[in-house]
Write a protein that binds this ligand. Structure first.
Ligand code: FES
Length: 183
């Protein structure tokens, strides 16, 4: 990789091992900075338009989703498995944020949450779809409700400027790699 961008300044940024996110690139993530996407984009997606015109067969619908293009128009994060961890990825412009998908409150799926900016620094946070708790995507800190000590686990992400591939940083290999086979 040439010079790449690191978006999350969490505690795990330095001395991290970076794992490539398989099959998803920057362009396949919904961009929460794109104001034209802010409202329900499904109606404007190429898929919706094609279905409206009744010109798209089932195979093409399947191809469309498997190519990843559909997800870039859907207002949600992406759930991925990296280093044996389930993560939610969110894109804002050229920055990508990774957070453990399981909400630390009661296990809600954070990749289905909304992104908001908060504070004078306009820091990005994710709002859990279950009970509305909000977590800073750069630190994992719970910013709503106040005085909660539970934190989301966040990870630094690098974007390769050459091909848009995504790399998530971890402190170490997941212990799952070293488990003895059960057979
Ligand atoms: S499970 Fe996420 S706020 Fe309750």
């Amino acid at each position: 990789m040439n010079e790449s961008r690191t978006s999350n300044a969490s505690e795990s940024e330095t001395d991290s091992l970076y794992f490539r996110v398989e099959s998803i690139k920057l362009s396949e993530l919904y961009d929460w900075c794109n104001k034209s996407n802010i409202h329900d984009t499904a109606a404007r997606s190429p898929l919706a338009e094609s279905v409206e015109k009744r010109s798209l067969g089932l195979n093409k619908v399947t191809d469309y989703f498997s190519s990843g293009k559909a997800y870039a128009t859907m207002r949600c994060g992406r759930k991925v498995n990296v280093n044996h961890c389930e993560l939610a990825l969110f894109r804002k412009d050229q920055n990508v944020y990774a957070v453990e998908d399981k909400c630390p409150h009661a296990g809600g799926p954070l990749h289905m949450g909304d992104i908001e900016d908060y504070g004078y620094q306009q820091k990005p946070c994710v709002r859990c779809p279950y009970h509305g708790w909000k977590f800073d995507l750069t630190t994992g800190e719970c910013i709503y409700p106040r005085h909660q000590t539970k934190q989301a686990r966040v990870y630094p992400v690098k974007v390769d400027p050459n091909d848009g591939s995504l790399w998530v940083g971890f402190k170490c290999f997941n212990e799952q790699y070293f488990r003895e086979p059960s057979w």
